[in-house]
Design a protein around this ligand. Structure first.
Ligand code: F6R
Length: 357
C-alpha cells in the first residue's frame, strides 16, 4: 500500500533507512557477530574466484559488490551482465562460486546462466528479495535482502539492500579466512541508515535541481571516479527509465576521450565527489565541463565539500558511500519524471521482472 505517498517509487526511496536497519537485525547475532549460514560461509571461503551475474540495477549493485569483496575479503571477483555471459564466457577458475543478484529472482537471463553453470557442476548463491523465487529455489544457497515488496518498476530499495548484504557477506568471508580488518559492517550500516534519512530530507533541493536542469533537457551526464563511477551508472539508468532523458554515467577521467564533445551550453552534469582519494581529480573533471558550458550539480561528502556543492552527504565509511549517494540520484530522477509528466511507477516499455531472454 502506498498510503499517503503519490507514488510507490517515492515511498520505496523513503523506506531505505528502515530496510538497512532491518538487514542489520536479520544478519546480527546476539553477541553482535554476523549471522550467516555455515554452508554459505564455506562456499565463499572455498571458492578461488567469485563470478557475480546480474542485470540492470542489480548488475550495478554487483559492480559495487566486486569492489567490496575484493577490498574487504581479498578474493578475486568478476561481475558480468547475465545476458552476455554465455556468449562471452570468461575462462573459469578451478573453484568458482557463482553469485546471482536479482530483486525478483525471476530474471530469465540469469536463469539461463544458472542452468548452464549448474550443468558444469558449479555452486550458486542467489541474493534476492524474493526467497521462494525461481533463482532462489534452483540455486544451492540464498541470501535474503529483506527490502519488502518493491512495487515501482524502477528499482531503488532493492539496490541499496543488495549492496548492504554484499558488504556483510564480504566481511563474513574475510573474518572466516582470518583477514585482518577494522571495518564493522553492522555498525557502519547503522551510520548509513541515519545518513540516508538526512538525504530524504533534501527533497526540496533535489526537486529544484530537477525542475531547473531536467524539465526540458534532451540529455544528462553523470560523472564520478572510483565507487562514485558505479553509482553514476545507476543514476543514469534511473533517469533514463523513468524520465526518458538520454543519460550516461561516465568515469571522470574517461570523459576527455570523446564524450566531452557532447557537452554544450546548459548540458546538465551531475558530479559525484564522495571519494576522498580521488577528490581533486573529479573536481578537475567537473571544472572541465563547466568551462564548456555545463550546468553542474555536485554531490559530495562531509569533510571535503566545497561551497557550491548541491548536496553534501553525511560522513559514512568510504566502502558504503554508494548506499547514500544514490538517494539524491533516485530523487532527482523521480522529480524529473514528475516534471515531464511521466508515469513514474510504470514507465513505458518496461516490466517489473523480465522473464524472457
Ligand atoms: C531498473 C530495473 C531493472 C532491473 C533488472 C534486473 O530499475 O528495475 O534494470 O534491475 O531487470 O531485475 P532483477 O533484479 O529482478 O533480476
Amino acid at each position: 500500500e502506498k498510503g499517503t505517498y503519490p507514488h510507490y517509487m517515492l515511498k520505496e526511496i523513503d523506506e531505505q533507512p528502515y530496510v538497512i536497519r532491518n538487514i542489520i537485525s536479520k544478519y546480527q547475532n546476539e553477541n553482535d557477530t554476523i549471522k550467516l549460514d555455515e554452508d554459505i560461509r564455506a562456499a565463499m571461503t572455498g571458492a578461488d574466484r567469485i563470478y557475480i551475474i546480474a542485470a540492470g540495477t542489480s548488475y550495478h549493485a554487483g559492480v559495487v559488490g566486486k569492489q567490496l569483496i575484493e577490498k574487504i575479503a581479498n578474493k578475486p571477483v568478476e561481475t558480468h551482465i547475465a545476458s552476455e555471459f554465455l556468449y562471452n564466457m570468461p575462462l573459469l577458475s578451478e573453484k568458482p562460486l557463482f553469485i546471482f543478484i536479482s530483486q525478483s529472482g525471476e530474471t530469465a537471463d540469469l536463469r539461463g546462466v544458472l542452468v548452464e553453470t549448474k550443468k558444469m557442476g558449479h555452486k550458486a548463491l542467489t541474493i534476492t528479495n524474493v526467497p521462494g523465487s525461481t533463482l532462489s529455489r534452483e540455486s544451492d544457497y540464498t541470501l535474503h535482502t529483506y527490502a519488502g515488496p518493491e512495487i515501482a518498476v524502477a528499482s531503488t530499495k532493492a539496490y541499496t539492500a543488495q549492496m548492504a548484504v554484499l558488504a556483510i557477506l564480504a566481511v563474513d568471508t574475510a573474518r572466516a579466512a582470518g583477514v585482518e580488518m577494522d571495518f564493522d559492517p553492522l555498525q557502519e550500516l547503522a551510520i548509513v541508515a541515519n545518513a540516508m534519512e538526512t538525504m530524504a530530507d533534501q527533497k526540496e533541493t533535489l526537486e529544484q535541481v530537477a525542475r531547473e536542469f531536467l524539465s526540458v533537457t534532451r540529455n544528462c551526464f553523470f560523472i564520478g571516479r572510483a565507487m562514485d563511477y558505479h553509482v553514476c551508472l545507476e543514476g543514469a539508468l534511473k533517469l533514463k527509465e523513468i524520465s526518458y532523458i538520454q543519460a550516461e554515467g561516465f568515469a571522470g577521467g574517461e570523459l576527455k576521450h570523446g564524450t566531452i564533445a557532447l557537452i554544450e551550453e546548459g548540458t546538465p552534469v551531475i558530479g559525484l565527489a564522495t571519494q576522498e582519494h580521488v577528490n581533486l581529480s573529479i573536481r578537475g573533471n567537473i571544472k572541465e565541463v563547466v568551462a564548456r558550458g555545463a550546468y553542474p550539480c555536485t554531490i559530495s561528502m562531509e569533510g571535503f565539500e566545497e561551497e557550491d556543492d548541491t548536496i553534501v552527504i553525511p560522513r559514512v565509511h568510504e566502502y558504503l558511500t554508494p548506499l547514500v549517494s544514490v538517494i539524491p540520484l533516485q530523487l532527482i530522477s523521480y522529480y524529473a519524471a514528475l516534471h515531464r509528466n511521466c508515469d513514474v511507477d510504470k514507465p513505458r516499455n518496461l516490466a517489473k521482472s523480465v522473464t524472457v531472454e
